[in-house]
Design a binder for this molecule. Structure first.
Ligand code: THG
Length: 371
């Protein structure tokens, strides 16, 4: 069997050795970095995440730091969401588009200070993009990738663990998508109530990459009474919860509204942002528009390694972009990017899943809302 070579062009996170010691069995490459995907027990890890608390190395969620007099204006110009009123200590989910109105990343924008912002990115090279936009448009701001590595503490017991670490007063004063500069035994970090699950919790944005092992050990020790275990962003939970995975769920010609991110995009703004005009034009041309929908899949299925073609009434309808077993529903579910006529609830689909043919049905409402 062939393996992917471990080489210097892909970097290791400050928590990498801790994840190896903790028994990570699978890594993916995300933002040119190894990111743990599994510790070998998907259902056990799902249970820990949904009933207890788990600790994730998500250092591969890199930051684009934007600093300077035009930092706020530049961050707004590259964001399809209105960031007006976003004050220091607050964050907002802010999809980014190219000039064709297509989604190129779906970061969380964190306002650290009026003139200092982070875009906490999904898997695409946004430092290059924002730097290029800044240079081409003459924004007075520095754009770079800082030494910042998020460690996520997620699950219904995450608050308890974080109270042990940071104190009840601080933890209970931080609302959803709010953040504070904090320290843990002298380890500098930004503490944010966020994370890629709907189970609640925090992300600890470590700002000194030499201290990853120390931070990991502190979190694991503090979480012992709650039975904290190492985990990873979890495919089952995130599909059940309706959280978008930019790299998996969309293709390069998908706009944020097709991807279901309409509520996080503002087209009626008085200012320009990259892709605004194109996005408006796409809305007025419904002919080839698509929609990312949830589907229920009948019976067993092979493990998906890439997207699968789907058809409705014998005609090509789009592709199944992601699929998983749902512990909550007790059957397989997925996300399909379909032409709008095939995307109506109840539409029966035939899915060409490698060597097997599956049947599926478009679900009535997004899982994130219904479950
Ligand atoms: N945390 C951090 N960086 C990240 C992610 C993260 N970068 C990559 C990826 N995840 C970015 N994508 C998302 C997608 C969804 C959410 C966060 C990041 C999310 N969405 C909520 C929702 O859809 O309900 C809240 C949106 C809102 O109310 O604004 O949390 O997880 N650091």
């Amino acid at each position: 069997m062939s393996h992917i070579a471990i080489g210097p062009s892909v970097s290791k996170s400050p928590f990498y050795d801790a994840t190896v010691d903790a028994g990570a069995t699978e890594y993916t490459i995300y933002n040119h970095m190894y990111m743990p995907m599994s510790y070998g027990d998907p259902l056990g890890e799902y249970k820990t995440l949904t009933t207890g608390v788990s600790c994730w190395d998500v250092a591969a969620e890199r930051q684009v730091e934007i600093v300077g007099p035009d930092a706020a204006a530049l961050t707004q110009y590259v964001s399809a969401r209105n960031l007006g009123g976003l004050r220091p200590g607050r964050a907002r989910y802010a999809p980014m588009c190219d000039h064709d109105g297509c989604l190129i990343n779906d970061p969380i924008a964190l306002c650290l200070a009026e003139d200092r912002w982070w875009l906490s990115i999904a898997d695409s090279d946004m430092t290059l993009w924002v730097k290029a936009i800044a240079g081409a448009k003459g924004f007075d701001a520095e754009v770079f990738e800082p030494d910042v590595s998020p460690l996520a503490v997620q699950g219904p017991k995450a608050d308890d663990v974080c109270r042990t670490l940071f104190g009840t007063e601080l933890i209970d004063s931080i609302g959803f998508f709010q953040h504070r500069f904090a320290e843990l035994e002298g380890i500098p970090l930004v503490l944010c109530r966020s994370g890629w699950s709907r189970q609640g919790g925090f992300e600890l944005f470590l700002t000194d990459g030499d201290r990853g092992m120390e931070l990991w050990d502190l979190v694991m020790a503090a979480g012992e009474p709650q039975g904290i275990a190492p985990g990873t962003p979890h495919r089952m939970e995130r599909i059940e919860s309706g959280l978008l995975s930019y790299g998996s769920d969309v293709d390069p010609d998908t706009d944020p509204i097709e991807a279901g991110l309409g509520p996080f995009v503002n087209l009626d703004t008085e200012y320009e942002f990259v892709g605004r005009q194109a996005l408006i034009a796409r809305q007025t041309d419904p002919s080839n528009r698509r929609r990312l929908v949830n589907i229920d899949i009948d019976g067993p299925m092979p493990a998906p390694q890439h997207s699968w073609p789907a058809s409705a009434s014998g005609k090509p309808a789009g592709r199944v972009r992601a699929a998983t077993w749902s512990p909550k529903l007790g059957h397989n579910i997925g996300l399909a990017l379909l032409s709008t006529d095939a995307a109506t609830p109840g539409t029966p689909l035939t899915v060409d899943a490698d060597d097997s043919v599956l049947t599926a049905t478009v679900s009535p409402v997004p899982f994130g809302v219904s479950l």
